[in-house]
Design a binder for this molecule. Structure first.
Ligand code: MN
Length: 720
């Protein structure tokens, strides 16, 4: 535990005029207030706030933030009051402590819907001062460091998962890479100790195989730069096990194929020297085309700046080189916190929060909360954004549009303007006409082609990846679906009443309004159209004396084109969004798993066919918006049901390979339901393996394990 004088000394080291008395008082106050409370580790409770304050000093944050670290749990866990804090430490500190307390009270619940709502509240609560979030992140980091003391495995897993899903990406978004990397590593260790050990072991092997090459490149770089009069520090850096694991899971590559396992960071004194160093390196080593990135002139949205390039070393091993100044290096490690460190250079004033990009991102996000997406949609969108890097594209007039990586023409159109998005039909990218689903690359010049008759299509929701576009599309589709429901509901009612030879008009229908809690007729139509109410229910309320006859049901069935389950051996597919009586099946040759986005296409006489949202086959239905049914998996934590998933493997053509593959699959409790040899030559063969798994998490674990084998060259999951 950090001692009192150590804490004060370390703050004084970077804030010479600090009020030491105030810091001392806060230290003693936290100790007294937490008294005999104990942590799960058996340590006195006050060790926790002191460690949190220590973490904050390592980021060189201002004394108010460090004091907030000391006091962050006093309002919640002790008899301290805001009035007392204001009297002793001032209103700024009280505001910050209040903010952190509010964050802690927003308990993340395991139910996804409440979790989403809470996440939304969580972000709103951070919007007044970015330091609240930084203290909360430091708090979580210390809790992760002491995670192993918690007895219940389930609780440890929940905390680790939440850290991975929310806190680590947020730290990354704020540019605090040191927090992000440590959080990810600690969570990885808790959630997948075997996977982590496997990667570390292979990294060690790779490292020792390449250590001579790396040492000689480092020495060469330093020599080369010295010759050019560029004073520099060259430090080797290695990718963290977790980010390697994630890349292996997301891309179809093995560890050796990752191009940025080894790298150097070169720190120089000025921006000009960054470019000069780059030139010196490019004239000496062959470089990998397409890997050069200039984040100095176009910084990442978390303020990261540096030049990146990848060179080819001996044994054709690729080595990533990052070039930056000392200040850029500090921002890369400490992110938003570095703004306090550099406030001296901006006349010693507190940094203007509006100038800090990550903070602006946070505020944009919070503003979007008001735009009316449901909590769950919001959560999904935000998660997507947290994880993505950016691509930068230009309008024909040269306006820079920055989008999440993987963004399409459609995202670009919505980023320009919602109306442009709504009427987008295609784009001219660097002079070539391209469809709206085209993925954009950094540097693309994009001219959106619109048509006044165009309206958003249901499949757009799956083409767009940015939160802004998806929210706008959903909004107009909701309108569209609502109108469609109105029309359909009215049709259903008029047809049924006619079939039953009952008079129907507004006055007669209005008799039923009260019974179904509707204010107006359109509301009633919409309920019928959505299927919340059946036509016969309305009929029996308006003509209470009539007895329902079977043919009413018949009429409803034909009208709504809902198909009675005839061939429904699959109708226990657990999805939300389809009527119980409708037959469900997966489309032929498609293998969606719980966790994949899915969409239903209603086919008269067949029921609903489930497609993976990314399936190309869906383009055949683009002009039939009425047959699209939004579907969601309805799977609980303890799902036992299994589904077919198809894997395409390239393996070494050698005796024993098949046994290794089969064994690995068995170790992950997955059945092989079909296996085919699709191609064979002297060195490699291709296998198509159908395995039965629970969900994408299960199959991804399996894929990562297969990729870990030396006999397996490539594994790709085939979805559609
Ligand atoms: Mn705490």
């Amino acid at each position: 535990m950090m001692r009192q004088f150590e804490l004060v000394d370390s703050v004084a080291a970077y804030t010479p005029n600090v009020d030491e008395n105030l810091l001392n008082r806060a230290y003693v106050y936290a100790m007294n207030k937490h008294g005999n409370q104990k942590r799960a580790s058996g340590d006195p409770y006050f060790s926790h706030p002191i460690e949190v304050a220590g973490i904050l000093t390592s980021l060189k944050l201002d004394p108010e933030t460090v004091i907030t670290g000391l006091l962050h749990d006093t309002l919640e866990d002790t008899d301290a009051t805001p009035e007392e804090l204001t009297e002793l430490f001032g209103s700024e500190v009280t505001h910050l402590v209040n903010g952190v307390t509010k964050l802690s009270q927003i308990e993340m619940s395991p139910q996804s819907n409440r979790q989403a709502e809470n996440f939304r509240k969580f972000l709103v609560a951070t919007a007044s001062d970015i330091r609240i979030l930084i203290v909360k992140l430091a708090d979580r980091l210390h809790n992760m460091r002491t995670l192993h003391f918690i007895k219940l495995e389930e609780k440890r897993n929940r905390i680790a998962r939440e850290t991975l899903d929310i806190y680590a990406p947020l730290a990354g978004r704020m540019g605090i890479q040191s927090f992000r990397e440590e959080m990810e590593d600690l969570a990885f260790k808790q959630l997948n100790a075997t996977g982590r050990a496997l990667i570390i072991k292979r990294l060690e092997v790779l490292q020792s195989e390449n250590s001579d090459m790396l040492a000689s490149i480092a020495a060469d770089i330093e020599k080369r730069l010295a010759e050019n009069n560029i004073p520099s520090q060259v430090a080797g850096r290695q990718k963290r096990p977790f980010s390697i694991w994630r890349k292996m899971e997301h891309k179809s590559i093995s560890l050796e194929q990752l191009s940025d396992i080894f790298g150097f960071r070169i720190i120089v004194n000025s921006e000009t020297e960054c470019y000069r160093a780059l030139g010196a390196i490019h004239t000496k080593w062959p470089l990998v085309p397409g890997r050069f990135k200039d984040y100095i002139s176009v910084p990442k949205s978390n303020n990261y700046r540096a030049l990146h390039t990848t060179i080819v070393g001996l044994n054709r091993q690729r080595v990533e080189v990052q070039i930056c100044t000392h200040e850029m290096h500090d921002v890369a490690e400490n992110g938003v916190a570095a703004h306090w460190l550099y406030k001296e250079k901006t006349n010693g004033t507190i940094p203007n929060l509006e100038d800090i990009k990550p903070f602006r991102w946070l505020q944009d996000l919070v503003t979007r909360l008001a735009a009316g997406s449901t909590a769950e949609e919001f959560m999904e969108d935000t998660r997507l954004e947290l994880f993505h890097d950016r691509v930068f594209c230009f309008t024909p007039k040269g306006r820079l549009i920055s989008l999440s990586e993987g963004a399409t023409v459609l995202d670009f159109a919505y980023a320009v303007h919602t109306m442009i998005g709504n009427t987008c039909i295609a784009a001219r990218i660097n002079g070539n006409d391209m469809p709206i689903r085209t993925k954009l690359q950094s540097g693309d010049e994009v001219e959106i082609i619109t048509s006044p008759t165009q309206t958003p299509r249901p499949n757009w929701e799956y083409i767009a990846v940015t939160g802004k576009a998806r929210a706008a599309i959903r909004h107009s589709l909701r309108d569209y679906r609502h109108k469609q429901n109105l029309r359909m509901g009215k049709n259903i009612l008029y047809n049924i009443f006619k079939a039953e030879k009952c008079t129907i008009n507004d006055t007669i229908l209005e008799r039923a309004l009260d019974a179904f809690n509707c204010e107006t007729l359109p509301e009633l139509y919409a309920q019928v159209g959505r299927g919340d109410l059946t036509g016969s229910q309305v009929l029996s309320k308006t003509y209470p004396d009539r007895r329902n006859r079977n043919r009413i049901f018949k009429a409803v069935k034909t009208l709504t084109a809902k198909v009675k389950s005839g061939q429904d051996k699959n109708s226990n597919i657990p999805v939300i969004g389809a009527d119980e009586n409708i037959a469900l099946r997966f489309a032929d040759n498609c293998f969606p798993l719980p966790g994949d986005q899915i969409v239903g296409i209603a086919k008269p006489g067949e029921g609903i066919i489930i497609y993976p949202a990314k399936a190309d086959a869906l383009s055949a239905f683009e002009n039939m918006p009425e047959s699209w049914v939004p579907l969601k998996w309805d799977i609980g934590e303890n799902n036992k049901q299994i589904y077919d998933s198809r894997l395409n493997l390239t393996v070494v053509n050698k005796i024993g390979t098949l046994a290794v593959v089969a064994n690995t699959i068995g170790q992950f409790n997955a059945n092989i339901s079909n296996l085919q040899l699709t191609r064979r030559d002297d060195d490699f063969c291709n296998l198509q393996v159908d395995v039965q798994v629970r969900d994408i998490k299960h199959v991804n674990e399996l894929i990562s394990a297969l990729r870990g084998s030396r006999l397996v060259n490539q594994v790709k999951r085939f979805i559609a």
